[in-house]
Design a protein around this ligand. Structure first.
Ligand code: DP6
Length: 323
């Protein structure tokens, strides 16, 4: 009744910001993302016979909102397995939690794989992704590895791996500019955007074209096209955030300095582009040969506290010997 799983966060290039239904946590749009193999979440789940309720420790601490979301996911798995025992969940990240590094994505992906493993459940990948999505919309993308497409369908979402890490070995350089927990979570932020940003309808309305172009750029391994499109989609999402009431300003001065430096590098011929989620970290996506120079350039910027480097990574899995 116990298992340990490992999952990696992912960063969306064509992003998810907004929901079409709260029930089932259905996103308003599809999304396309990269799994960051260099950053990991490790989660242990142990179901205890006769235990009432769950105990959830995230980096050693309990948090009521996270615990409620975890219990909701575990309830769906308990129903599938026909058990009612409570669980102890211990999850650790080797990177800053809740600061725009998609810890909820890797967290819920690892939770689902560990819990299903502990219960001996062999669910179809699509069902597991559906349950992961209820925990966090981006979590379904961390179940698969490499470059992942999440598409909206009538009453659900479907995840597909567009490329394995070996198919297109991109590297991601993360410039960490602040490590505190963000004031407004993605979940709260996207609801506020939907309710108050005059740009929200345009964001949703123009999204399908971005997603189709993103899929084509990945299929053609067209780095320049992916660079232009990803930066556009990222800035469009931040325009929605900035025009939300109250405004969602996730950037620090160093985030903007990194953004401008990445654009300068690309103008000088370096294969790199940026993306930024609901947090202050800038992720620079590059061809591997450029990663060293990009890391050095971003590391030299005032206010950059840490540089993390990551290749693309595998999907969530049970921990094997040697992992
Ligand atoms: C900006 O997946 O954390 O990172 O489904 O409400 O848990 P919930 O939101 P979450 O939002 C991710 C938002 C984003 C963009 C993205 O990853 O696509």
């Amino acid at each position: 009744m116990q298992a340990v799983a490992i999952a990696h966060p992912n960063v969306a290039l064509i992003k998810y910001w907004g929901k079409r239904a709260i029930v089932g946590n259905l996103p308003a749009t599809g999304s396309l993302s990269l799994v960051l193999g260099g950053l990991s979440t490790e989660t242990l789940v142990r179901f205890e016979a006769g235990r009432q309720g769950d105990r959830v420790l995230l980096d050693g601490r309990e948090d009521a909102e996270t615990s409620a979301r975890v219990t909701a996911c575990l309830d769906l798995l308990r129903r599938e397995a026909g058990v009612s025992d409570g669980a102890v969940v211990e999850s650790r990240n080797d990177f800053p939690t809740g600061a725009g590094l998609a810890s909820s994505a890797s967290g819920f992906a690892a939770l689902l794989v560990a819990a299903a493993g502990a219960l001996g459940l062999r669910l179809p990948a699509a069902r597991l992704a559906e349950i992961a999505r209820t925990g966090s919309g981006s979590a379904a993308r961390s179940l698969a590895g490499g470059i992942v497409l999440l598409k909206n369908q009538a009453a659900t979402t479907v995840c597909t791996q567009l490329a394995t890490p070996a198919d297109w070995p991109l590297e991601i350089v993360v410039a960490v500019t602040a490590t505190g927990q963000k004031a407004i979570s993605s979940r709260q932020g996207m609801t506020l955007s939907e309710q108050t940003s005059p740009y929200y309808p345009a964001w949703v309305g123009s999204h399908a074209a971005d997603l189709e172009a993103g899929i084509a750029a990945v299929r053609n391994r067209d780095f320049s096209a992916l660079a232009e499109l990803s930066e556009h989609n990222c800035l469009k999402m931040h325009a929605v955030m900035l025009s939300t009431r109250p405004p969602l300003i996730y950037w620090t001065p160093a985030t903007l300095a990194c953004l401008l430096r990445v654009r300068e590098l690309r103008a000088g011929g370096v294969p790199v582009f940026f993306t930024i989620d609901a947090g202050p970290q800038l992720k620079a996506v590059c061809l591997p040969a450029a990663a060293g120079d990009v890391a050095a350039a971003l590391g030299a910027i005032d206010g950059v506290r840490q540089i993390l480097r990551s290749p693309l990574g595998a999907g969530a899995r049970l921990r094997a010997a040697g992992d």
